[in-house]
Design a protein around this ligand. Structure first.
Ligand SMILES: *Cc1c(COP(=O)(O)O)cnc(C)c1O
Length: 439
């Protein structure tokens, strides 16, 4: 029945082998045949404190006793008000207003449209600023605006006729550097390329949109340190807004609650989703500045309001569980425990790096990736059709660890509450699975 009626996302249904999760507990998932798996990718990068966390479950139950949903169009609810206030408190100073939507794609879509509208309504309007600068290999979601700024050929190429054009900068990859660029010179090199594009196009650019520190869906591509701060400075200098998509890297993933805090950057828009509700419910937030907010104020007849909204904006259940997620960060000192876990994960990555088909291991906080290559010297990838990453993940599944790869990249991204013992299992299983596939 699963195969016939349930059309799964990013899945070739002709080949799909049903894997049906019936329940979960902590970092573990259980399938309909009673097998258990360590949730090695946080149920697609969104689980934070584990499944069936008592504090999160209780918050949802409490909210259910009040109401499940009321509209945010011209009305409000206490859970969403409290969540907005808490996000403003926790976010870098200057981000003072919160627009709620449903998922990562809409969080980015909202930022794009707000940035566009801002330049038409700001005190000295610049209506010619209608374009965006985005990075190669970018992934910002699957709605058409988010796909337009996206740059993953396999996902996005076919839809090109439906998309708006963007200015594209190279992917600031630290594994595959352009010829003649040293690791030390990488940050300068990529910033120069971005500055070159800004110099040429800034008059028509509404915003730069990027993921800070790590381009997740691109294959956990890690940017050189300092790149984010450099881009933020360039945006200021060239009068272009900065949209940071922290849908994957936010909510503690990289070691701080928000990734932009690591380089002291305050963007004009900060997009959150995935881990915002601890991985419980779809809810997203686009945080922005007072300067942007003010450009949308006016009398009703002026029609300056943001004409965009989704039925479930600010849903009280989502807001309640997001608030509880933020509370657990404090109660369990989640971020304080991360460095030790990151060290343990790194220990396993260092071991895995010795295996012959492994070209690179990389990590930022509790985001880790193992890249399989055909040739370690030339870094030549395996053709994506060979599904090498999948082969490793299927071996891992047999050994009780659930993983989902990105092409040749095996992603290790357990919930932040993962124990050291669970990290040992994850590391050992990935090691053995690569050995098994390539032996
Ligand atoms: C997952 C993701 C999105 C899209 O989020 P959805 O909730 O799947 O719409 C956007 N940006 C980044 C960086 C993501 O990882």
């Amino acid at each position: 029945m699963d195969r016939e009626v349930f059309w799964h996302p990013f899945t070739q249904m002709a080949e799909y082998e049903p894997l049906i999760f019936t329940h979960g507990q902590g970092c573990w998932l259980y399938d309909h045949q009673g097998r258990r798996y360590l949730d090695g990718v946080s149920s697609l990068w969104c689980n934070v404190h584990g499944h069936r966390h008592p504090h999160l479950d209780a918050a949802l139950r409490r909210q259910l006793e009040q109401v499940a949903h009321t509209t945010a169009l011209g009305a409000s609810n206490p859970a969403a008000i409290r969540l907005a206030a808490r996000l403003v408190e926790l976010a870098p100073g200057g981000l003072e207003h919160v627009y709620f939507s449903d998922d990562g794609s809409t969080a980015v879509e909202v930022a794009l449209k707000m940035a566009f509208q801002y330049w038409r309504q700001c005190p000295e309007p610049r209506p010619e600023k209608t374009t965006f600068l985005a990075l190669a290999e970018a992934y910002h979601g699957d709605t058409l605006g988010s796909v337009s700024v996206g740059g993953v050929e396999l996902f996005h190429g076919m839809f090109r006729p439906l998309l708006f054009p963007v200015v594209r900068a190279p992917v600031p990859d630290t594994y595959r550097l352009p010829q003649g660029v040293s690791p030390k010179g990488a940050c300068r090199y990529y910033l120069d390329r971005i500055e070159h594009l800004l110099r040429e196009h800034h008059h028509r650019l509404a915003a730069v949109v990027m993921e800070p520190l790590v381009q997740a869906a691109a294959g956990m591509v890690m940017h050189p340190p300092g790149l984010l701060r450099g881009v933020a400075e360039l945006c200021r200098r060239y009068e272009v807004l900065l949209i940071l998509d922290e849908v994957a890297v936010g909510m503690g993933r990289t070691g701080t609650l928000f990734a932009c805090q690591q380089e002291g950057v305050v963007p004009d828009f900060l997009c959150l989703a995935k881990g915002l509700t601890g991985g419980y419910l779809p809810l997203a937030a686009t945080l922005t500045t007072h300067r942007v907010w003010e450009a949308f104020l006016g009398r009703y007849e002026e029609a300056r309001q943001f004409f965009h909204g989704h039925t479930y904006c600010g849903n009280p259940l989502g807001a309640a569980v997001a608030l509880a997620t933020l509370e657990v960060f404090e109660k369990e000192r989640t971020l304080e425990h991360l460095p030790e876990k990151a060290r343990r994960l790194q220990h396993h990555l260092d071991r895995i790096a010795q295996l012959p088909p492994v070209g690179d291991v990389r990590r930022r906080g509790l985001i880790a990736a193992v890249e399989l290559v055909r040739n370690r010297q030339t870094k030549e990838p395996f053709p994506w059709e060979e599904k090498r990453g999948w082969a490793v993940c299927l071996e891992a599944r047999r050994r009780g660890v659930f993983l989902r790869p990105l092409g040749n990249v095996v992603v290790l991204m357990p919930p932040l509450c993962v124990s050291l013992e669970e990290l040992d299992l994850l590391g050992q299983v990935v090691y053995e699975s690569i050995q098994a596939v390539f032996s």
